[in-house]
Design a protein around this ligand. Structure first.
Ligand SMILES: NC(=O)c1ccc[n+]([C@@H]2O[C@H](COP(=O)([O-])OP(=O)(O)OC[C@H]3O[C@@H](n4cnc5c(N)ncnc54)[C@H](O)[C@@H]3O)[C@@H](O)[C@H]2O)c1
Length: 281
């Protein structure tokens, strides 16, 4: 059981969308929040809103694609709030480039922000948690990682997000004895800033920001009936999972069927094959 009230948190990508919703909900329940984002103005707007409402927040610039930037962000967060007990490694970006059009810099960016960013954020704050004898790391992955067949035209993103799931699940084995808990959050469709313009936060070394809109091709939405949740709706769901020390948290009940189908298919077809082979030999 992780009690969150009265603690200090970092939320990467807290200037928009899910991160913004998490930051506001954390502040509402009495958590001091460091909002880290590559777009500092957005982080400042969220922090100002929280402080004006009586909460406690600071805005910090951070590019999670650079380990040194995460370390600088941690130093600022520690200066503001001391030891950080709750880390929401949430910053991410998407790409709807088809596999045939995928460039080296696009793939590198997807992996750096969605996978490296989450991993290095977790590892940068972990030693303090181990020393303190506890802490909670929430890694935002995606249903597109857990069920890679869910969203077509999403190869690089799905690969990066699936990698996060593997990393965090394995990390849990190492950190349990130190009282550190991990939760993997797999959003399944939440209204966000990516829809306006994802490319505006592409770091310089991957081609830099641009005004280009990265709209998802129609084919990307297999299920057109999907109701996109709002950040305000999903934040309390995630915090409840954190309090309950859940290893995973999802936000769309209707994805249960896709999840079951994928894993049931694997179990039924693949294990059947090997069992048949074993019986024959
Ligand atoms: N919204 C969804 O439906 C959905 C689905 C699955 C997964 N996710 C994941 O949820 C997380 C939050 O995304 P969102 O939907 O709120 O989108 P969003 O675009 O509203 O928020 C992403 C935030 O991350 C920040 N960011 C991007 N690159 C960064 C970098 N290099 N360093 C620091 N900050 C950076 C952006 O400035 C932005 O504030 C992401 O990891 C995303 O992949 C979202």
């Amino acid at each position: 059981m992780t009690e969150v009230s009265g603690k200090a948190a970092v939320v990467t990508g807290g200037g928009s969308g899910i991160g913004m919703g998490l930051a506001k909900e954390l502040a509402r329940v009495g958590v001091s929040v460091a909002i880290a984002d590559i777009l500092l103005d957005n982080a400042r707007t969220v922090a100002d809103e929280i402080n004006a409402a009586g909460g406690t927040a600071v805005a910090i610039h951070c590019d999670v694609c650079e380990r040194s930037s995460i370390e600088e962000m941690k130093a600022e967060a520690n200066a503001a709030f001391g030891t950080i007990e709750l880390v929401f490694a949430n910053a991410g970006a998407t790409s709807f480039a088809s596999a045939a059009e995928l460039t080296t810099s696009e793939l590198d960016w997807m992996v750096a922000v969605n996978q490296g960013g989450v991993i290095w954020t977790a590892l940068t704050f972990l030693p303090d948690m181990v020393e303190a004898g506890g802490g909670h790391i929430v890694a935002t992955a995606s249903m597109a990682g857990l069920i890679p067949s869910l969203v077509p035209v999403h190869t690089a993103y799905s690969a990066a997000k699936l990698g996060v799931i593997g990393f965090i699940q394995n990390l849990q084995l190492e950190v349990a004895e130190h009282g550190v808990v991990t939760t993997i959050y797999c959003p399944g469709g939440v209204l966000n800033g990516m829809r306006d313009n994802n490319s505006r936060y592409r770091p310089q070394r991957f081609g830099g920001p641009s005004d280009e809109q990265m709209r998802a091709p129609k084919a990307s939405f297999k299920d057109n009936r999907l109701r996109f949740m709002t950040p305000d709706e999903v934040a309390p769901i995630v915090l409840r999972a954190v309090r309950d020390d859940r290893p995973f948290v999802f936000d769309h009940a209707e994805q249960r069927a896709d999840f079951r189908r994928l894993y049931a298919d694997v179990v039924e077809s693949c294990f059947d094959d090997i069992e048949r082979w074993e019986q024959e030999h």
